[in-house]
Design a protein around this ligand. Sequence first.
Ligand code: GSH
Length: 202
Amino acid sequence: MKIYENKVAPNPRRVRIFLAEKGIEVPMEQVDIMKLDCQTDEFTAKNPMQRVPVLELDDGTNISESIAICRYFEETNPEPALFGTDPVSKAQIEMWNRRAELNLLLPIASAFRHTNPAMAELEVPQVQEWGEANLPKIETALALFDGELANHDFIAGDTYSVADITALCGIDFMRVLGRKPEGFENIVRWHDAMKVRASYGA
Ligand SMILES: N[C@@H](CCC(=O)N[C@@H](CS)C(=O)NCC(=O)O)C(=O)O
């Protein structure tokens, strides 16, 4: 078993933090995104989406999409449960994880990939206006998460979950836009709590 990943990219970090929370160790192989190593024939055979992370099982099965990799490890190592424990918590975590992915991480990534000249080779076509159009979407999502965190310690209620991991990796990745979570006091409080978890540095 091995995970193809990249140490500075936000999606592979979701998997690293998830594994750290579970106490699972998996060998990692770095893929140089900026050298277009996700686009080689060899890598494309593992993931036709040409993205990291990819989990390669011992029988040669390849699993990509961060959340799918996390779900695999949730099944093999159920404790601590990070996808919920009962119908309601599972649905709430799914709901908030999707919001963190689609409404927060994706606009952050799109703003970066479409506005930064260094990403032009990776994001084709690179549309500056689309990148800029994503900036207000990020603020809307931050307000949504801040409002939720006014009532709960964690993104999806009162228990740490995969939704916290996705939101954290999105919010930390705002660094590429020069944006910190300042201005949203509940997010700052939650972020401070995330930073002291042992998994934060994974
Ligand atoms: N939906 C995928 C997204 C993966 C993704 O966008 N990975 C980025 C790094 S964060 C990547 O591999 N980029 C390589 C490229 O654009 O060529 C997931 O959840 O894992």
